[in-house]
Design a protein around this ligand. Structure first.
Ligand code: ADP
Ligand code: ZN
Length: 526
């Protein structure tokens, strides 16, 4: 291709890299030649160069649409440092600053212009862009156009107008989120029907994936940090702001350099914590999922989840922030029965029509299947993205390193389900997991005695397991859709599928949870 030498030259002379990575060169050649592209590449794969180099090689300004306003200044500064004339327009600027950028644009002194999506379609911007030579439109974080996704931004929907208004200008949409379904939706909503698709391998071989039952979350997290990642930078994801605050405090109390980050914190505090995380060594950021998109810190050594992510896509994105430098890193998730109950309730209670809820349930089910699998985690992750792991086993995930035992859980499942059924039929009562387990394990608690539940025929019938093991069983029954969470108090009910189990027509396979590692510190959280 005639354009290749120019691109190669920019790669070496501007960015200082000797060679393209993966499909970068093909993508760049395609866009330089004026083609549209849809690029699916994991975090850290090198998406930026795919539009930056064509913007420099082609005539005119490359317009980059990005939702990450907080990062624009850093991106522009970094480009400036290597001599690329970059600028941004967003709501954080003063009118004077904006005017200066507009003048530079008019004078043809800008190679790359970063724009927030909400600015692109306003008449003043359209008019401004109309006076310019445009090299390309890059739509970063393109999955934000997906209404089903966790990062949906309504402003992205309007970006289809770019094609209508500037049909000759090539467009490149990029994302690290990559199910075939999301790709289809991006192509449809952004009118990228003619775009060539570039799909990189989503495997991140240097990340070790591990998922374990949550028993004493703080102790488990401390053990991970102290034994495997002392002094390392890491991210700990929690579901709620309150648990972010609490966990950050607890880690700090244990001498770990932890900082909280969530959308409820002051903008200045957030900016300060973010920049400390980026610039200092060994900071552990405890955050909600509000943190991380677009953060380019190469040496994040671990990503820990203390709560269950809502989807495999979200989980993959979040864990993908570990080990961008290619060095060994850990993606660790602890999850328990309560997570499943909570997520099911969140979906049930959330707004949205039944179709939306069904869809959220499917996303959660896929996440749960990943958690409960006895197969290679990586193979299952890749399979979710429609990709195959050669050999089927990676050798670098918990299930490959210590294959879990699968057991026949039909009888325990029947015991648990029939306890639910009996309580409902004989007493018209429903309960949460804790009390049901007390009944099965034959515990004479005040509630058992008060309700005369020791008279139930299933009382004390489940002594083959301890409480912790029963919680594992219930978690898996929930994950497999064999019990349902009902109502505000999270009581459990049976489902259509469980009827077959009770009739003995369906087997239940369970994963035997790894025996609880004895905590060397000896302390227990309960
Ligand atoms: P993404 O946007 O896909 O997450 P980036 O574009 O931020 O990834 O690139 C990730 C890292 O890889 C950056 O530090 C970038 O400078 C580096 N990188 C990208 N392409 C190359 C290349 N061809 N050679 C060396 N380093 C590269
Ligand atoms: Zn594996």
């Amino acid at each position: 291709p005639t354009t290749a030498p120019a691109a190669q030259q920019v790669l070496e002379q501007v960015f200082g890299y000797p060679a393209f990575r993966g499909e970068q060169q093909q993508i760049i050649d395609h866009v330089v030649a004026g083609g549209d592209a849809l690029v699916l590449m994991p975090t850290g794969g090198g998406k930026s160069l795919c539009y930056q180099i064509p913007a420099l090689v082609r005539r005119g300004v490359g317009v980059v649409i990005s939702p990450l306003i907080a990062l624009m200044k850093d991106q522009v500064d970094a480009l400036g440092a290597v001599g690329v004339r970059a600028a941004f327009l967003n709501s954080t600027q003063s009118p004077d600053e904006r005017r200066a950028v507009e003048q530079a644009l008019a004078a043809g002194e800008v190679d790359l212009l970063y724009l927030a999506p909400e600015r692109v379609t306003v008449p003043a911007t359209v008019e401004l862009l109309s006076r310019l030579d445009i090299a390309l439109f890059a739509i970063d974080e393109a999955h934000c156009v997906s209404q089903w996704g966790h990062d949906f931004r309504p402003d992205y929907l309007a970006l289809s107008m770019l094609h209508e208004r500037w049909p000759q200008v090539p467009r490149i949409a990029l994302t690290a989120t990559a199910t075939a379904e999301t790709a289809r939706e991006i192509a449809m909503r952004l009118e990228l029907g003619q775009a060539r698709h570039f799909v990189a391998s989503f495997d991140r071989p240097n990340i070790q994936y591990r998922i374990e039952p949550k028993n004493q979350p703080l102790q488990q997290l401390l053990r991970l940090i102290r034994t495997e990642h002392p002094g390392d930078a890491g991210i700990v994801y929690c579901l709620s702001r309150a648990s972010v605050e609490k966990t950050a405090q607890q880690l700090a109390d244990h001498g770990i350099a932890a900082l909280p980050y969530h959308a409820g914190l002051d903008a200045s505090v957030r900016a300060n914590h973010q920049s400390r995380f980026l610039r200092e060594d060994g900071i552990v950021m405890v955050a909600t999922i509000a943190f991380g998109m677009g953060i380019d810190k190469p040496d994040v050594r671990f990503v820990a989840h203390l709560d269950l992510p809502k989807s495999v896509e979200g989980y993959y994105q979040e864990t993908g922030r570990a080990g961008r430098d290619g060095l060994p890193s850990t993606a660790w998730l602890a999850y328990g029965l309560q997570d499943v109950v909570q997520q099911r309730q969140l979906i049930e209670r959330g707004d949205g029509d039944p179709a939306h809820k069904r869809r959220q349930s499917q996303l959660l089910d896929a996440m749960l299947a990943l958690c409960e699998t006895v197969e290679c985690r990586r193979a299952q992750l890749l399979d979710y993205f429609g990709q195959q792991l050669p050999g089927g086993r990676c050798g670098n995930c918990d299930t490959c390193l210590a294959p879990p035992e699968a057991i026949d859980g039909t009888v325990p499942a029947q015991k648990f389900l029939s306890t639910i059924v009996r309580l409902e039929r004989e007493r018209g009562q429903s309960y949460g997991a804790g009390h049901l387990i007390d009944i099965l394990t034959g515990k004479q608690t005040p509630r058992v005695q008060q309700q005369r539940h020791h008279e139930l025929s299933t009382f004390g019938l489940g002594t083959e397991f301890g409480e912790q093991e029963w919680r594992g069983v219930v978690r898996q029954l929930l994950a497999q859709g064999l019990i349902a969470v009902r109502g505000e108090y999270g009581v459990l009910g049976i489902t259509e599928a469980s009827a077959a189990v009770l009739r003995g027509e369906r087997e239940v396979r369970l994963r035997k949870d790894a025996p609880r590692a004895s905590s060397s510190s000896g302390s227990r959280s309960k």
